[in-house]
Ligand binder design. Structure first.
Ligand SMILES: *Cc1c(COP(=O)(O)O)cnc(C)c1O
Length: 495
């Protein structure tokens, strides 16, 4: 043993040792983070993005320094220039302030560093993930054969759901095994049906699955942003008449921009009658299952073949954390691959890699475990009720404000609005759109407020996504005052 191996010990947690320097560094990190939050009064520092980039580029990796010094650097250059998700005016995306239980779970997750692929890398953690999956399957009432797996989020969950649908369909159609033999010769006829408000990851998944984005057929939506069921049936009929093969219908429980929840029960029923797989993208609205008040809006979710749920959105978990749930666990078989070194056939203990597209995988299930046990599912449900109620009140504020025009009544927790005509003056429609984009960007880079924008029927709208259950109407009075003053400043300059 060289001296070096002894020296290197300082960089690792040691067993049978009090790890004093680890404890001190951890405490120092925690103190640094606490101070940052304590001093924070803006969603973002307001430091110009180019300055942040240049400062980071000047970090010299040919020199090392103490961990203490590095923590200070991280604080100055990175933490202080982060988007502060806890700020009431950070309200753009499905990007949540995390629960303390989830943040602390990350401490365990990081230090224990369990890997969820095989039991011998995760022992108790394997059982925790399965326990949480069983709890979810029960909560979503998916029945006795249900199962699921934790994923990195909605993107991965949707991909997996569609992958299972594809493989199931080919097997049903002609006992063709895509896992072994690749796409069948009729694979180019596969079609995935979703609505024109579905998440773009449906298209992305189709592309990754070798079907191509053009294999996705979008059904019309009604004024509420829900899939039009008449058009759904017409689309299926028309595809079949053309000799094409609809393999899956994707329903959305909470579209990203409008929060629209499709009529899940009817869509699942149509899919079942047509012998098509039904997948529900519940990345956003799937959380309503915990709300006694709003749960019935998800009626039908219990009958779907697969469901995506995201915990790093309305479940207030740290990124990343999501799951795919399926009605019949036998369908996971198409993902099963036995590797001699990892999950040999006949292993007595469970290896979660059997049902995952990831191999090495984070122990995110612990975050949900600690949340359910400390905050509780019912409280989460009440938080959603509160957020939904507050969203309606915020929409009323917009309606009552002559400076703004509401796009549509909120369906979940987003508010879409734009500046009223009085700000348009002599601007063309395109210039007026551009004005909204400039306003959003300037507010973000100056650290005033982080709001989103989206386009509806060619018009740019500003978008607020409410997730934080601790907000009050006062937070919105001040936000709208800020937006108004930016609008005034920008238009007086323009005109
Ligand atoms: C956020 C979202 C996704 C993507 O999920 P990630 O967790 O960001 O990967 C998919 N579908 C919907 C409806 C979403 O809101």
């Amino acid at each position: 043993m060289t001296n070096k191996s002894v020296q290197w010990q300082q960089h690792f947690i040691q067993l049978g040792n009090n790890n004093q320097s680890f404890e001190e560094s951890a405490a120092f990190t925690q103190e640094t983070i606490n101070q940052l939050f304590q001093a924070a009064d803006k969603p973002y520092s307001g430091v110009q993005p180019a300055t942040v980039k240049a400062q980071l580029q000047s970090v010299d990796f040919s020199q090392t320094e103490s961990l203490h010094a590095v923590i200070n650097t991280v604080n100055e250059l990175i933490a202080k220039n982060s988007i502060l998700v806890q700020h009431p005016h950070t309200i753009a995306h499905l990007h949540t302030p995390p629960l303390i239980a989830s943040v602390l779970a990350e401490h365990f997750i990081a230090a224990l560093n369990q890997s969820m692929d095989s039991w011998d890398q995760s022992s108790s953690a394997t059982f925790v993930e399965q326990l949480m999956i069983d709890w979810l399957c029960k909560t979503y009432q998916l029945g006795p054969r249900a199962d699921g797996v934790f994923t990195s989020g909605g993107t991965q969950s949707n991909l997996m759901g569609l992958l299972l649908a594809r493989d199931w369909f080919a097997f049903k159609q002609s006992a063709h095994n895509i896992q072994q033999d690749g796409l069948p010769d009729y694979g180019h006829k596969f079609r995935i049906i979703c609505s024109n408000k579905s998440h773009f990851t449906v298209q992305k998944s189709a592309s990754l699955m070798g079907l191509g984005e053009r294999a996705v057929v979008c059904v019309k939506t009604n004024v509420q942003g829900q899939m039009d069921l008449v058009d759904l049936q017409l689309t299926i009929d028309s595809l079949k008449t053309q000799g094409l093969l609809p393999i899956c219908v994707v329903a959305t429980a909470g579209t990203t921009d409008h929060g629209a929840i499709d009529e899940l029960d009817k869509i699942v029923e149509i899919a079942r009658n047509e012998q098509i797989w039904s997948h529900i993208d519940g990345a956003y609205g799937g959380a309503l299952q915990l709300s006694a008040k709003h749960q019935q809006r998800l009626k039908g979710i219990e009958s779907a073949d697969s469901v995506s749920v995201d915990f790093h959105k309305l479940f207030y978990q740290t990124i990343s954390c999501g799951a795919l749930l399926i009605k019949n666990k036998a369908n996971f078989n198409t993902l099963l691959h036995h590797a001699d070194y990892l999950n040999r056939e006949g292993d007595e203990l469970p290896n979660l890699v059997d049902k995952s597209i990831a191999t090495t995988k984070r122990f995110d299930a612990l975050k949900l475990f600690m949340t359910l046990k400390s905050v509780g599912a019912d409280t989460l449900g009440e938080m959603y009720d509160n957020v939904i109620e507050l969203t309606l009140q915020v929409a009323e504020l917009v309606k009552d404000n002559r400076n703004f025009e509401l796009c549509c009544d909120p369906l979940l927790s987003t508010v879409l609005f734009r500046l009223s005509d009085k700000f348009q003056g002599s601007l063309t429609a395109a210039q007026f759109n551009q004005l909204h984009q400039t306003l959003r960007l300037q507010m973000a880079t100056s650290g005033t407020a982080v709001i989103a924008e989206t386009k509806v029927d060619g018009k740019v709208y500003l978008k607020l996504t409410l997730l934080n259950p601790c907000l009050t109407l006062n937070d919105f009075d001040s936000l709208f005052a800020k937006i108004e003053s930016y609008a005034v400043a920008l238009t007086t300059k323009e005109l």
